[in-house]
Design a protein around this ligand. Structure first.
Ligand code: GLU
Length: 314
């Protein structure tokens, strides 16, 4: 195994896995294994409000059922975000010492959203926030008397380009397109963007494979990692599964692996996923390990994948 190549599973145990999660896990695993790399499994149970132990156990069982193995991580408690607060705090203080952190008293809805990864339709920044311009005196007075603030990191007016392994160069001006973002919520929970960056850096992750809805987060994560003194991983985003409007596909698209497992085999499901991802000409049953030699990002479509007519065999 080439230990200089490290991929990761990083699911959030806030529900059972559905087809889209499974496709991301399969491609993350294939990407690393095809390069002879290792795989770590980090449980992103950062948010105590949205995560459940039952889901964490189910996620791990589903990956094992599909034959997607890992070399390090769950159930090791060191790979659970809930146990890594001291590391996030450390990074927070580093940013604070650089003068990049300030309190924000904007809406509660915004703070709650900040601990989870932004998915389509969710705002990634708050253009109305004026907290960066609060005077030192007002800040001190509010810190003493007001409700606890969330904490934001101040981003530079700088364009960061991430060369995505599947979508190519993706450029974002941090200040103008993303804006300052929350790194710690008012309830003390560290935000997704900080935790994921610290973890990828500290765990030596070199390859991040996940859905394209997180592509717009990659520049700020690469910037955070560099600012904290690390080297950003390579990012490869994959298309999303769409077209789940029809009755059948809606059911299939949202079906949890737990339910799929009742009437399909791991090989049949893997074959369906591999077909959707362009790795097989037909949805034939196949074991995940047999896909390793067939895997290439060139085969995976860039446009989103419609599930409706294709997943009917599930
Ligand atoms: N835990 C995130 C999610 O389940 C994924 C984070 C990532 O891959 O960066 O949406």
């Amino acid at each position: 195994m080439d230990t200089t190549i490290t991929g990761r599973f990083a699911p959030s145990p806030s529900g059972y896995m559905h087809l889209g999660n499974l496709l991301a896990m399969l491609l993350a695993w294939l990407d690393s294994r095809a390069l002879g790399g290792r795989m770590i499994f980090r449980m992103e149970d950062l948010d105590p409000v949205r995560t459940k132990e039952e889901y964490a156990r189910a996620l791990a069982a589903d990956l094992a059922w599909l034959g997607l193995d890992w070399d390090e991580g769950y159930p090791d408690p060191a790979y659970r975000q809930a146990n890594r607060t001291a590391l996030y705090e450390d990074a927070f203080h580093t940013l604070e010492r650089m003068g990049l952190v300030y309190p924000c008293w904007c809406s509660r809805a915004q703070r709650l959203a900040a601990a989870s990864a932004p998915h389509p339709g969710e705002a990634v920044h708050d253009p109305g926030c004026r907290c960066a311009h609060t005077s030192a005196a007002e800040r001190a007075a509010r810190l003493a008397a007001d409700r606890p603030p969330a904490w934001k990191v101040r981003v530079p007016d700088e364009t960061v380009t991430v060369i995505d392994g599947h979508y190519g160069p993706y450029a974002q001006n941090l200040a103008r397109e993303g804006g300052d973002f929350i790194i710690r919520r008012a309830d003390g929970v560290y935000a997704y963007q900080l935790a994921v960056s610290v973890d990828d850096m500290r765990m030596g992750v070199t390859r991040v494979v996940r859905g394209r809805d997180l592509l717009s987060s990659a520049p700020r994560q690469a910037w955070l990692i560099r600012t904290l003194g690390g080297t950003p991983p390579a990012y490869c985003h994959l298309p999303l599964l769409t077209g789940m409007e029809g009755k059948l596909s809606k059911r299939l698209g949202s079906l949890s692996t737990q339910l799929l497992r009742l009437d399909t085999t791991a090989e049949a499901l893997t074959g369906q996923l591999a077909w959707l991802a362009g790795l097989l000409p037909a949805p034939e049953p196949i074991a995940a390990r047999r896909l390793v030699e067939l895997f290439s990002w060139d085969k995976v479509p860039r446009e989103d994948i419609a599930v409706n007519e294709t997943a009917a065999g599930l």
